[in-house]
Every structure is written in structure tokens, then in C-alpha cells.
Ligand binder design. Structure first.
Ligand code: NAI
Length: 338
């Protein structure tokens, strides 16, 4: 690699070229924040994904070490590392998918909004790079507060004239993963057989599991509904407290991020019927962004599904969620506009 050949395995370039000629399906994926608690296991799991031909690992610290380590795995993807702001553009050029887990995580007692001061600026800088170097890439935004960082990214892309609402996806998959796990526990079934839609946003009361729409169709007592809704909304805090100052969810988050990224790649490849929940530009409510089920295709989130029938408990939850979401969205927009 021109900028830092020492950060790539010997045969990397030759292999990358062969692959391009051979036409094997393969996408170029960058992880920004790749040396972090989420970034490292996410890099590991993406290196195992057969849909990935090139994996770029960018961070402001420790990118060379993580890159050397992951590059020794005997899987297909060619791994390249990029360290610090001067290498951001090389990290992004030519990418099909950019996954962003860069930024500080919560400590006990903090809300996701407490991270805004630091993470808003990080997300802005990274998105300016994306607008310049890979404006057509799908973006999976993990950095919190997602309810504000997605609007920030949208504003940056609008200013650059590159905004494609189908390609900007806030990652809420961990809420769905948790919901599936906790609901399966209550039902006494295998979590792989359960699918719970989680709508709204990604913080506290904005996380709205739709237990009336669980698949397979299931009924819950009022106590179970309250227990499950609380646990799903506070799943992140459960991990933050258990880690006692050492960060927030990283391993389950990396799993969720890969589940979502893989769905995006299968959509890009042209697979049919790929449906995931995501926080996206949406006309489903009066808010400019909202998480619902979306269908992922060759151009990103090609179809946004409506909320479906809600029960009384969910309708009340929706009103609460919208109130908080409206403020978080506006805060993100103001960060760029003012
Ligand atoms: P971490 O602190 O372990 O890792 C963050 C990484 O970002 C570090 O390696 C750091 O060097 C890097 N970084 C900082 N500034 C950067 C910049 N300007 N450019 C590139 N990289 C930069 O944090 P962790 O646990 O990996 O969490 C990352 C983010 O993900 C946090 O904001 C956290 O709140 C969020 N998160 C989101 C979830 C979701 O469901 N969407 C779930 C869990 C965490």
C-alpha cells in the first residue's frame, strides 16, 4: 500500500488484484475506530466474512497492532491499517461500506447524551472524510448518541452535496439482539427462533420493542411486558454497570454490528428479502429520522416499513419516544447548522 506498506501482509496487494480480476464477490469495508472495544472484535468478525475482499482498519491509536494481528487470520479479506487523521482519506477511498464505532463509551451514571460533546465532533470529521473519498458508500453509524449522530452525519453529507438517505444507517441491531434474547428467555425457546421488532431510536425510552409483533406470535402478561420493555430499554446500562467503569457493551455490540453489516452486504450483492431494523431518514412518523424495519438492497435501505398495529401500551411508549427523539435529533442538526 502506497502510504504504509509495512501495515499490510506481503502478498496482500497481489491477492487483492487477483480477486478483482477473478470477479469473486467481495466488498471493500472500512472500520473507523477499529482499535477500540467494539472495533477489535468487529475487525475479527469482518475478517471472517466471505463477502469482504478488503478490510481497512482506521483508528487514531493502535491501528498497526490490530491490523498486524487480524491480518494473520487465514481468511480471504486483505487487511490494511491506517493510523491517524493524515491517513483517513486513504482508509476511505474506494470503500463500499464504512462502519463507525469511533468515540468514547459510557461509564456508570452517564446517559448516551453525555457522550455528545466528544463524539459529535468525531462523527463530523469522519463523515467529512466519507463525503470526500467514498460518497457512495453505505454508512453504518454505531457511535453514540445514535439519535443525534445520525442527524449530524446527514447534515455533513447535505452540506457536501452527497447525501443519499438510503445509505445512512444508524445501527440499532443490538437492541433487537437483546430483545430476541430476553424474549426467548421468557418464552423458554431458542433465541434464534425469535424475532422482535424494535423501533424508535437508540437510547432509554426511545428504544421501543413491539412485543405485540413478536414472531412467532406470542402473548405476554402485563408483568412480562413491563419487565421485558424495561430490560430491553436498559440493556446497555446493565452492561455499563456490570463493567463498572471499564466501558459499555463491546462484544455483543460487535456481534450485532456484524449481523447488520452482513445484511447490508447481502443487500448490496442483490439478495432478496433482507430486512433489519435501523435508525434512518424516514417519513413513517412526523420526525425526520426513526428506527423501523427496513429492506436492504443494492442501493441501501430501499424500503422503510410502517410501524404496524400498536397496542395501547406501545402507543403510549411511542409518544414518549417521539418526544425525546425530537430533542436529540434537533440537537444533532443544530451542532452542524449553528
Ligand atoms: P472505545 O473507547 O473502546 O473505542 C473507541 C475507539 O475510537 C478507540 O480506539 C479510539 O481511539 C477511537 N477513536 C477516538 N476518536 C477517533 C477518531 N477521531 N477517529 C477514529 N477513531 C477514533 O469505545 P467502544 O466501547 O468501542 O464504543 C465506541 C462507541 O460505540 C461509543 O460511542 C459507544 O457509546 C458506542 N456504542 C454504540 C452501541 C450501539 O448500539 N449503537 C452499543 C455500544 C456502544
Amino acid at each position: 500500500h502506497p502510504s504504509n506498506p509495512q501495515m499490510e501482509g506481503n502478498s496482500g496487494l497481489r491477492r487483492a488484484n487477483c480477486r478483482a480480476k477473478g470477479g469473486a464477490p467481495g466488498f471493500k469495508v472500512a472500520i473507523l475506530g477499529a482499535a477500540g472495544g467494539i472495533g477489535q472484535p468487529l475487525a475479527l468478525l469482518m475478517k471472517m466474512n466471505p463477502l469482504v475482499s478488503v478490510l481497512h482498519l482506521y483508528d487514531v491509536v493502535n491501528a498497526p497492532g490490530v491490523t498486524a494481528d487480524v491480518s494473520h487470520m487465514d481468511t480471504g479479506a486483505v487487511v490494511r491499517g491506517f493510523l491517524g487523521q493524515p491517513q483517513l482519506e486513504n482508509a476511505l477511498t474506494g470503500m463500499d461500506l464504512v462502519i463507525i464505532p469511533a468515540g468514547v463509551p459510557r461509564k456508570p451514571g452517564m446517559t448516551r447524551d453525555d457522550l455528545f460533546k466528544i463524539n459529535a465532533g468525531i462523527v463530523r470529521t469522519l463523515c467529512e472524510g466519507i463525503a470526500k473519498c467514498c460518497p457512495n458508500a453505505i454508512v453504518n453509524l454505531i457511535s453514540n448518541p445514535v439519535n443525534s449522530t445520525v442527524p449530524i452525519a446527514a447534515e455533513v453529507f447535505k452540506n457536501a452535496g452527497t447525501f443519499d438517505p438510503k445509505k445512512l444507517l444508524g445501527v440499532t441491531t443490538l437492541d433487537v439482539v437483546r430483545a430476541n434474547t430476553f424474549v426467548a428467555e421468557v418464552l423458554g425457546v431458542d433465541p434464534r427462533e425469535v424475532s422482535v421488532p424494535v423501533i424508535g431510536g437508540h437510547a432509554g425510552v426511545t428504544i421501543l420493542p413491539l412485543l405485540s409483533q413478536v414472531n412467532p406470535p406470542s402473548s405476554f402478561t402485563p408483568d412480562e411486558v413491563k419487565y421485558l420493555t424495561d430490560r430491553i430499554q436498559n440493556g446497555g446500562t446493565e452492561v455499563v454497570e456490570a463493567k463498572a467503569g471499564a466501558g459499555s457493551a463491546t462484544l455483543s455490540m460487535a456481534y450485532a454490528a456484524v449481523k447488520f453489516a452482513d445484511a447490508c452486504l447481502r443487500g448490496l450483492k442483490g439478495d432478496a428479502g433482507i430486512i433489519e431494523c435501523s435508525f434512518v431518514t424516514s417519513a413513517v412518523t412526523e420526525l425526520p429520522f426513526f428506527a423501523t424495519k427496513v429492506r436492504l438492497g443494492r442501493t441501501g435501505a430501499e424500503e422503510i416499513f410502517p410501524l404496524g398495529p400498536l397496542n395501547e401500551f406501545e402507543r403510549i411508549g411511542l409518544e414518549k419516544a417521539k418526544k425525546e427523539l425530537a430533542e436529540s435529533i434537533q440537537k444533532g442538526i443544530n451542532f452542524i447548522r449553528k
